[in-house]
Design a protein around this ligand. Structure first.
Ligand SMILES: Cc1cc2nc3c(=O)[nH]c(=O)nc-3n(C[C@H](O)[C@H](O)[C@H](O)COP(=O)(O)O)c2cc1C
Length: 311
């Protein structure tokens, strides 16, 4: 496996999965793993910045990590409030979400919706360039319904002072499946004056090399959840066998589970937070254990279900 070490390997933001405990234990157990971890988006909800989003970036689990906090906004007002809050929490870099595909967000002009609102984006550009002390970046898709909609915002993106632009070569209407529009991705990459990080369907260490040939870095989302060792394997230049992968998955789980058990109150809360850990891991742990874990109604039953993985 050829390695391209000077390019960045980032862990993608995933709401409900890659929060602070996951990022911390992932980095600790896989020897540093990602060069950078992006936080799930921080948002304004019912007129207020969500407290738990801010708690995620201020958690002590972030210390020593290269965390890139991400915000999602519909207009200049939300943008400013979120930037002030993230900067107030001590961060000097912020990622701007222009890719979220969820229809309720997109309809309000947030996430990928921003690609279709160049008038508002123009106001954001001026604001970005006025925050001299903050390093901004963008994470985006190619469009909302058509993969050439990005063309309308390229000049604005190039006017922005950005560290990099991460591109997922799909449109919002596709959510997370279907064709990757590589020709349009390459057109966007070549039109941008910023470094471009490729993001999409990286599920094996070899895929990381392919991704790096498309840009200045690779960002991995679901591949991290399905194969948490993917970056460590790539760095080693060697694919791990089943038992090597499983051993580390169980260590990762133990770190996160112990944290939730120590800090949350009651079985329901603990199970709600920990069960999603397994969502993408059925191929690694087998159907039987996967089903038992999903069906567990108490922490005791859950622990017995997890124990069946190594039976
Ligand atoms: C459950 C889930 C939650 C996500 N949350 C976010 C988010 O908060 N911010 C964001 O920019 N992208 C989010 N994404 C998109 C991922 O960061 C990534 O762009 C997408 O999954 C494509 O990469 P992949 O094929 O490597 O998974 C989310 C994706 C999933 C599946």
């Amino acid at each position: 496996m050829i390695k391209m070490e000077n390019k960045i390997i980032a862990v993608a933001p995933m709401q409900g999965y890659t929060d602070a405990p996951f990022r911390h234990f992932h980095s600790a157990i896989y020897d540093g793993a990602g060069d950078m971890y992006c936080s799930p988006f921080i948002r304004v909800e019912h007129g207020e910045i969500r407290r738990r989003d801010l708690r995620d970036i201020t958690s002590e689990f972030n210390s020593g990590m290269n965390l890139l906090p991400q915000i999602i906004f519909r207009d200049l007002d939300e943008f400013r409030r979120l930037v002030e809050a993230v900067a107030g929490a001590g961060y000097g870099k912020i990622d701007l979400n222009m890719g979220c595909p969820f229809p309720p967000q997109v309809k309000k002009g947030r996430g990928a919706g921003m690609i279709l609102n160049p008038a508002e984006l123009k106001r954001i550009v001026s604001a970005v360039n006025s925050y001299q002390e903050i390093h901004f970046s963008v994470k985006m898709r190619l469009g909302v319904t058509s993969p050439d909609e990005f063309r309308g915002v390229v000049p604005l993106l190039n006017e922005m002072r950005l560290e990099h632009v991460t591109v997922h070569p799909r449109v919002a209407a596709q959510q997370y499946g279907g064709e990757l529009y590589m020709a349009q991705y390459e057109e966007l990459r070549d039109a941008l004056s910023h470094p471009v990080i490729y993001n999409g369907d990286i599920i094996s260490p070899a895929d990381i090399n392919a991704a790096l040939s498309h840009g200045d870095g690779a960002m991995i989302g679901r591949g991290i959840l399905a194969r948490p060792s993917i970056i460590a394997e790539w760095r080693e230049g060697r694919e791990w066998n089943d038992s090597e992968r499983l051993e580390k998955i169980l260590q990762l789980h133990a770190g996160i589970f112990d944290h939730y058990e120590a800090t949350l109150c009651g079985d329901a809360q603990i199970l709600m937070k920990i069960k999603p850990f397994w969502d993408y891991l059925e191929p690694e742990i087998g159907h039987k254990s996967f089903k038992l874990i999903k069906k567990a109604t108490s922490v005791a039953k859950y622990q017995s279900a997890v124990a069946t993985i190594t039976d």
